[in-house]
Design a protein around this ligand. Sequence first.
Ligand code: PEP
Ligand code: MG
Length: 888
Amino acid sequence: MDRYVYDFTAGGRDMADLLGGKGANLAEMTRMGLPVPPGFTVTTEACRAFLAAGTEPDGLAREISDHLTVLEEAAGRRLGQPDDPLLLSVRSGARFSMPGMMETILDIGLGDESVLGLAKSSGNERFAWDSYRRLVQMFGSTVMRVDSTLFENALARLKDASGAADDLGLDAADLAGLVEIHKELIRQETGEYFPQSPAEQLRRAVLAVFESWNGERARLYRRREHIPDDLGTAVNVQTMVFGNRGPDSGSGVAFTRDPATGRPGLYGDYLSNAQGEDVVAGIRNTVPLTDLEHLDPPSYTQLRDHLRTLESHYRDLCDIEFTIERGRLWMLQTRVGKRTAEAAFAIAAELVDEDLITPVEALARVSGDGLARLMFPRFDTSAVGHALAHGIPASPGAAVGAAVFDSAEAVRRAAAGEKVVLVRQETTPDDLPGMVAAQAVLTSRGGKTSHAAVVARGMGKVCVCGAEDMTVDTQGRRFTVGATTVEEGTVISVDGTEGAVYPGAAPLVDSAVMRYFETGGQGERSDELVDAVARAMQQADGVRRLGVRANADTPEDAARARRFGAEGIGLCRTEHMFLGDRRQLVEAMILARTDADRERALDALLPLQRQDFIGILEAMDGLPVTIRLLDPPLHEFLPDRTELAVRLAAAEAHGTPPSAHDAELLDAVNRMHEENPMLGLRGVRLGLVAPGLVAMQVRAIAEAVVERKRAGGDPRAEIMVPLIDTVEELRIVREEVEQVLAGVSKASGVPVECPVGTMIELPRAALTAGQIAAEAEFFSFGTNDLTQTTWGFSRDDVEAAFFSAYLDKGIFKVSPFETIDRDGVGRLVHIAVAEGRAARPDLKIGVCGEHGGDPDSVHFFHGVGLDYVSCSPFRVPVARLEAGRAAL
Ligand code: PEP
Ligand code: MG
């Protein structure tokens, strides 16, 4: 029979799948001998069984009751015992941290009778009633689903009536009255009484946590974080300890080092006389953890020792939640802590220096996404003038947007294309959609561990929190700082690295990391962060098997790509050289009526193309440059059909004779019009039906090679044919290519040998790769078109049209145009690699679709055995890093 419940003494950190992250780490800390309040974990398997069947799995109730008995025996008290009740907390804890997304219920076990017992046994009547009030409120809203604002309003009314400034201003009698009001609210709203049976409270609380796995907040968070929906959550049932028992009690959050920068030292927030929930919710302003050294020196010393123990045990940054109850320290949670990208690189390097981890482990702890974040610009602080407000730098980066004051408005404006900053007094999980939509989050209250800070950091979103000089007026949709008022819609700039807010759109400067790459990795490494990044790159380059090339079609881009570490060009799109002033020449080629006209037009294009190739081959001297023959449908180079028709009609309406050129153009546009141009006359098909086009392009390439060789260079051009369906197409084009190459070699006396290969970007090509390989020296997967044609999704339309609905419905977790679809498109890649290599063992294979710079896809391409990935120049460092990580 399945076992659904584990005591904290029976688990360990490697059991996170079953016990969730929190449960596994509570067990680990228990085993390490740290002071953890006793408890047990109900497994994720129990949750999955409950969610699948809609009822409690058989045996769960009995297992919970058995474990409860063990707890009660150890405590010498029963749950809810009338004269001295044992109380429990019930908290969610999934495999992956989902801060604040699911339910927590505290003080389980209290009732009308035991509250009196607790008052007596604790000698603190106010504390007992406050605990009961919290239970009724939490149980009412999370388990019995009464609108939580009803409870909050009742509390606010009571505070007004009694003139209390905050919760601490309410006395025991006030709170006892509030309990009655809350219970009555529950009865009115649900027709049910608040349950007095401690066992029933516990049972229903556990099930409510299970159900919260499928709550809207949790689902949205999972989608954003790419956490699978079928994992379920564990539930941790733990003996309550109280941080709200007076000035010698309190709760806090601590990090073993600074999660924003990675610098060593104790970081965290502490709130005396408060429960942990008060700290995380940012309800009152916390003090820095270092203040605890004066408030309670013994607890501070113990805490510091425990943090050291944890960091050496986990060999990583840990964060913890703790409570001090009447001078006694309790550890309530630990985990390997979330951190900014900057901190990830810095900590990885520091832990290597401290001999806690190896350089290989350090590489596993950084990521391409994080690196990309560090390459973003920051504000130019010398140019921004005075800050409007200062707060806590909770999540770094620079963002500009219009201030908005609630989540719905943020979502609405962002959907209309506006950049927004979500400004709140503090955020709650209900603000999540707005946080996703916003460029930055700004709050006036709460510390580095408030909801806003934790969630924004997780998303890589800029966040400044606890900007106390701001007064946020949500109703009035404005905030004020001194005499300045910022109304909704006003543009502000938020600097999450420095913790500052500026009026207007502040100017940006490049990041030091970007400067480092821009100087070809030769730049100063005085900056600690740059040094940490450089070390990670070195490690990655040392272990990676995949080559990294760039998609570039100008000499400037090629040079930049090379500085960023590209080992060649994987895709030079020649159509980009047909734009601008050259459009007319292309037009002339398309409109040519005679061979002579066409040749004239092609002859005019030839030297221009040659010059382009010379520049690119020079920038990439000694490295491969894969030049792709023209790909897009020719009508893309002609004027828009409707515009042209309107121009002609307007001329007619004005009685002016229509321009002969326009009429000729319209005729051509009409002739070439296609309903589905992406499936029409493009790619290799163009080369096969437009005489002279392939020859002109190949001649330009070959002559560029000759010129570079004569100049003493080492040009390594490769010729790539796009959109092949069948080997026959490639055979014909290849013959023409070889003839031209031979012709140029002969005429110049300089041997020109360019490998000829093909893109694999249609399913048929992938499925017949063995045949195609007979004619191709290399393959490059065009995963943009391959995704388009495998799914039957128009790459230009569908993302805007319906992808958000598909993501909402969980049909996919991420767009297949962003991250390779391993099951479908990936399978075609697999087949093509296997059959291509079987036919030609030395076949070189790369990828040049957008996926080449996507971290997850890079891991796939490594696994499937490609030789290289090719991506935009700015993604080259990301691809290098991820290619290294893939090889670990
Ligand atoms: C592709 O289809 O993946 C590709 C690289 O070609 P393009 O994006 O130019 O169609
Ligand atoms: Mg393509």
